[in-house]
Design a protein around this ligand. Structure first.
Ligand SMILES: Cc1cc2nc3c(=O)[nH]c(=O)nc-3n(C[C@H](O)[C@H](O)[C@H](O)COP(=O)(O)OP(=O)(O)OC[C@H]3O[C@@H](n4cnc5c(N)ncnc54)[C@H](O)[C@@H]3O)c2cc1C
Length: 160
């Protein structure tokens, strides 16, 4: 087990990476860095009219459980099947809820998970370790990590 893992980005990819890191107990401390709330760009919407272009059966954050999203929806008493299409907002809630649940699970096995509401400006390599330069509107901070996973997505969609 390494001491510190930094995950840059708290969208679907970042939270999927976090879940796997906790399941496999890869680090004692895990930082998820994102200036946005957990959920990411596309699934961060609050608009209830935007439907996913992917069905429930091909949506999961857990590579070992392809029905993870379906089970989540059923746990919320939503009337869905594998072939249903949900809204993007619900996928955003799934990402956020799994983040919260796995952060709690991590605590029980001695892994500390922290969400840092910062942009990661730079990742420097220093003596085989990583030094991350983080900032928000008011301050700049540094974070040292043994491993880094970059999950920054492709940015907000725009008309070309
Ligand atoms: C219009 C549109 C519709 C889509 N619809 C679907 C769909 O229905 N189903 C589907 O499976 N996929 C869909 N996708 C693809 C979808 O974007 C991905 O499946 C998923 O959201 C990617 O998650 P991600 O975590 O990689 O990226 P994102 O959701 O983009 O998350 C990346 C995160 O990284 C953060 N970040 C970026 N740079 C930094 C930095 N320097 N420091 C710290 N944090 C940073 C961002 O703030 C963001 O929260 C769609 C994409 C688009 C553009």
């Amino acid at each position: 087990m390494i001491s510190t893992l930094a995950i840059i980005g708290g969208g679907a990819t970042g939270v999927g990476a976090l879940m796997a890191a906790i399941q496999h107990e890869v680090a004692g401390s895990i930082y998820v860095i994102d200036p946005r709330p957990i959920g990411g760009v596309v699934f961060g919407t609050t608009d209830d009219e935007i439907i996913c272009n992917t069905s429930v059966d091909i949506t999961t954050l857990d590579p070992d459980n392809e029905d993870d999203f379906l089970e989540y929806l059923k746990s919320r008493q939503l009337n869905v099947s594998k072939t249903s299409y949900t809204t993007r907002r619900i996928v955003g809630e799934y990402i956020k809820d799994r983040f919260d649940e796995y952060s709690e699970k991590a605590k029980l096995i001695g892994i500390d998970v922290k969400y840092l509401n910062f942009v990661c400006r730079k990742v420097l390599i220093n003596n085989y370790k990583y030094q991350l330069v983080l900032s928000d509107r008011f301050r700049q901070e540094e974070l040292n990590a043994e491993s880094v996973i970059i999950c920054t997505g492709h940015g907000a969609p725009k008309v070309p």
